[in-house]
Design a binder for this molecule. Sequence first.
Ligand code: B4P
Length: 323
Amino acid sequence: MEIPSKLLSLINHATANAETSLVYKKPQQMAIEQDGKNYLISYIESLVEKESASKKQKVNPFENPDPKLVFFKDSSHTLLLNKFPITKHHFLLITNEFVRQDSLLSPEELKLTYNILLNLENDGNELTDKPIAFYNSGPNSGSSQPHKHVQFTFVNKDYKLFPDEVVNCRTFFIPDQETPALQDNSSAFSHFIVPLNSENITSEQFGMAYMCLIRNALTVTKDHTDLNSNVNATELSYNFIMTKEWMMVVPRSLEIIHEDTINYDFNINALGYIGMILVKRLDVFNELVNKADNECKIRINDDILLRGGYPLTYVKENDNYDY
Ligand code: B4P
């Protein structure tokens, strides 16, 4: 796909034209710090329109997408606005033909995703927000649509993403045994990061580095299936997140994390693993944003995110093989 040069203008134009097709409710948002980590908590009411659309939705919404939402298309992929955005400019890259969401991203799709991020950053003279791409893949990843789609959203540049600090200007490398993928050792959950600061990373290099991250995620998933008979990980589930500076894979064990103390089901997708937590009940939002750290009943990193993923460190039961 040749990306049009003024992508942001196209998105703005499409958003203005699609006003009647978009179902948008502005969220209440609050940045908080808990246990030394940053989170951006968003609250929206459940979207009645979306719930009833998904109940009725026997058809794949990406097979014949609403033309008002589409703002670019070539022979293989389409760019379209998210019908249910909670941040301005949220859009999707979908395959024209049906491809399963649990298939791997191709080297060309990785490079394309990166080029879209670059295009948005370079075009963004008035852009105060940072573009982020993400891909939820597998049954425990938080994905809801089975047709292949990478999502693009934006977050205020003041909000610090933890991999930024871990990467800290390091340049691109393809991980191997001597030089493994980067991790934040203060995180409770398993994750694997590759820096992307470099000129001209080729699609093949993107593909190789991504496959290393996928292999890491497979190893963690296999090790926990060996360790715990409750983990039934016959399929890999993971979240993939990319910015201009890095890409990260987080292996997932659970999509919906039930919090007993408040009787709430957190539905966590890729954004949750960079601290962007969406809640759809006001009392849960208030609990998170209004309580002092040590009074808040909900522990995000070492409870919610840990239970939805796998522990960062563990003792292997046997060391037969790694992927
Ligand atoms: P999936 O990967 O399948 O699922 P998801 O992002 O977790 O969104 P979900 O649909 O489960 O919604 P949720 O309430 O958790 O992505 C499917 C994508 O296709 C979604 O973006 C969906 O909106 C979109 N879509 C569905 N039907 C469509 C149609 N007919 N035309 C075009 N697009 C269509 O989250 C609600 C929204 O908020 C999602 O977009 C989600 O990505 C986003 N979000 C979740 N957490 C967030 C956070 N912390 N901060 C900001 N945004 C957040």
